[in-house]
Design a protein around this ligand. Structure first.
Ligand code: PEP
Ligand code: MN
Length: 335
């Protein structure tokens, strides 16, 4: 059950609503986000909501049978739109593209990418400065100094930044230099990290875990929302299956299912989803047709020289032609 509380409801009123719910054997959690105040009630026995509907401080009550609640369409049918400012919006009909290298490599690489994005009218640049790598000997990112350099160049060019945060201690140092925090597939169930991101006033893109179910992804999103941050994006990036012909198995099913279950924007990551450059484009198109609110993909001026994930990175010609197709497809879907 989600009880939406009136704006500015005071402690006394809140306590009395909680007391009534406790009498009905419901456990309560108060959630205060950037936009709203909610009381989440969980209990075994359903009761007639008219029993509490008259109480002071209550704006609306929704019975949500899903175990995850705040991210569910069962209480919020309208799609959530993430507004990054400067006319950059994601979700609710705003189809969004995010592109850039797997890892931020240095000044030249940042400048090349920004030029490419501007030419193609893309406003959000992706790139890792903290890289989760399977081998400790692989390139692990430029760290905070790289992010600061990137941020300066991005701001000069009206470009927004999405970058992965790997641990709690990085949140504060990265905060002023990112527009969206990315939670990587290896951290989808790092609940300490999710709790802390709930306290942050920046949007979070949450990737599906390497072997994570759709349900687990939604529960992880619920952690961040209930921690106080409702500006969330869900990302399908492929899962580990028995199939070895591709890096991961992109779960196209997840796109319409997530859209049905949650009001949050759903972003497709075909680069990690398949891991094979030649097939990234078709997958991105398929995800767009399946209803994704946007696509995040890896691109580099010389993919064969990329510091990481070159095998799944598009060169600028491939990327430009894909962008054109994706825009046509998304406008067809919208109509
Ligand atoms: C990435 O976006 O470069 C990345 C490491 O993604 P994932 O967490 O999906 O593997
Ligand atoms: Mn990558």
């Amino acid at each position: 059950m989600i009880i939406q509380l009136e704006k500015g409801v005071n402690g006394e009123v809140l306590n009395s609503v909680e007391r009534e719910l406790h009498v009905l054997k419901y456990k309560t959690t108060h959630v205060q986000t950037q936009y709203g105040s909610y009381l989440i009630g969980t209990g075994k026995k359903q009761f007639d909501i008219r029993k509490i509907g008259h109480l002071k401080g209550i704006k609306d009550i929704h019975v949500v049978s899903d175990d995850y609640k705040l991210v569910s369409t069962k209480w919020k049918v309208n799609p959530t739109i993430i507004d990054l400012g400067d006319n950059v919006k994601i979700g609710g009909g705003h189809f969004s593209l995010m592109a850039g290298p797997c890892s931020i490599e240095g000044e030249e690489n940042i400048k090349d990418t920004i030029n490419f994005l501007k030419t193609n009218d893309i406003r959000i640049m992706r790139g890792g400065v903290y890289k989760p790598r399977s081998s400790p000997y692989s390139f692990r990112g430029l760290g905070i100094e790289g992010l600061k350099m990137w941020h300066k160049l991005a701001r000069e060019n009206g470009i927004k930044i999405i970058s992965e945060v790997m641990q709690v201690s990085q949140i504060e140092e990265m905060h002023d230099y990112v527009d969206i925090f990315q939670v990587g597939a290896r951290n989808t169930q790092n609940y300490n990290l999710l709790d802390e991101l709930g306290k942050v006033d920046k949007p979070v893109l949450l990737k599906r875990g390497i072997s994570g179910t759709i349900d687990e992804l939604l529960h992880s999103a619920e952690y961040i929302f209930s921690g106080g941050n409702e500006r969330l994006l869900l990302c399908e990036r492929g899962i580990r299956t028995y199939e070895k012909a591709s890096r991961n198995t992109f779960d196209i099913n997840a796109i319409p299912i997530l859209k049905e279950k949650s009001h949050l924007p759903v972003i497709a990551d075909p680069s990690h989803g398949i891991g094979i450059r030649d097939h990234v484009g078709p997958l991105a198109m398929a995800a767009t047709v399946a209803g994704a609110d946007g696509v995040i993909f890896e691109t580099h001026c010389r993919p064969e020289e990329a510091f990481s994930d070159g095998q799944q990175t598009l060169d600028y010609n491939e990327a430009s032609s894909l962008i054109e197709k994706l825009r046509i497809l998304s406008s067809m879907i919208a109509n």
